[in-house]
Write a protein that binds this ligand. Structure first.
Ligand SMILES: NC(=O)c1ccc[n+]([C@@H]2O[C@H](COP(=O)([O-])OP(=O)(O)OC[C@H]3O[C@@H](n4cnc5c(N)ncnc54)[C@H](OP(=O)(O)O)[C@@H]3O)[C@@H](O)[C@H]2O)c1
Length: 266
């Protein structure tokens, strides 16, 4: 069975290896984890999970089958140049925003297998929607491993590298828009004299119910229209949102994310 080394031991690394360890059939026989400086964190993780902490990636990178980079995008340049001389057929995966397989291939020896998984924070509870793409040199067996990693933290969709750059705003960043929406509704609910706990409960349950309705497969327009009696109160609210250019606002927010990420890449 293959082994995997996580370089980076933060929230995303923990979400992924804890997801892997929950699988009935383990895809990896060893899970090694390393980070940069916080060795206390490595010790805590090793107490909680069946992983092997390692001081530096240098010790394991040459012999692991999969190297999963779960560190900030800004650390990739340095770490990839350290890994380059150790590459002998390993699969390199990154979960970093904005770094696709072609970026990694450009920094690693010719023929290196590279893949990109773009999860979101719901990976922590096993319900991420993760976008993933493969570079030019990934073998079928390695693709299966990527899919197992993706499914250990939720659902996945294989796309092209360029599509992931464009859609990260919608699957990766838009959860923050949803939480902002929840926050504003909670604030309004509180202004009507209920407790924090009640406001949280009302908004959370309303959102969860709406998601369940979407999960029936009904299109959002149909579900919206079910709530909206023509000439009724909800319609007045939707007209107000339209007057405030709600769809243009969302479009601008999505473009702001993508433009910001693109500027960082160039
Ligand atoms: N969190 C999410 O929901 C999410 C979603 C999608 C994608 N991502 C991506 O996942 C990656 C990790 O995010 P995170 O939320 O897990 O971050 P995090 O909790 O801040 O953890 C970052 C980890 O990277 C390590 N690290 C930093 N520089 C390093 C280096 N040069 N060599 C080895 N390890 C290094 C840190 O080690 P020290 O603590 O020792 O410095 C830490 O363990 C990022 O690229 C992010 O874009 C995260």
């Amino acid at each position: 069975m293959p082994s995997i080394l996580f370089i980076g031991a933060g929230r995303m690394a923990e979400a992924i290896f804890s997801g892997l360890l929950r699988q009935p059939k383990q895809p990896f026989d060893s899970i090694y984890v390393t980070n940069r400086t916080n060795k206390e964190r490595l010790g805590e993780l090793a107490q909680r999970y069946a992983i092997t902490p390692v001081d530096t990636h240098g010790a394991i990178a040459a012999k692991a089958d999969v190297l999963l980079l779960a560190m900030p995008p800004s650390a990739h340049g340095e770490v990839l140049s350290e890994l380059a001389p150790m590459i002998r057929g390993q699969l390199i995966i990154t979960v970093a925003a904005g770094i696709g397989p072609s970026d990694m291939e450009a920094q690693l020896p010719e023929g290196t297998a590279a893949a990109w998984i773009m999860p979101n924070t719901a990976a922590q509870v096993g319900t991420s929607i993760s976008l993933y793409a493969f570079g030019k040199n990934v073998a079928e067996k390695q693709k299966l491993l990527v899919k197992e990693i993706v499914h250990a933290i939720g659902a996945g969709e294989e796309l092209s590298e360029e599509q992931i750059h464009d859609l990260t705003a919608i699957t990766g960043s838009a959860p923050a828009f949803v939480y902002e929406f929840a926050l504003q509704l909670e604030k309004m609910a509180l202004s009507y004299g209920i407790t924090d706990k009640q406001a949280r409960h009302l908004v959370k349950t309303m959102l969860a119910g709406s998601v369940k309705m979407l999960e029936t497969g009904a299109p959002p327009q149909e579900l919206r229209d079910q709530v909206t009696t023509p000439g009724g109160a909800t319609e007045a609210g939707l007209v107000s949102l339209g007057n405030d250019h709600f769809s243009a606002m969302l479009e601008r927010a999505v473009h702001a994310v993508t433009d910001h990420a693109k500027n960082k890449r160039n």
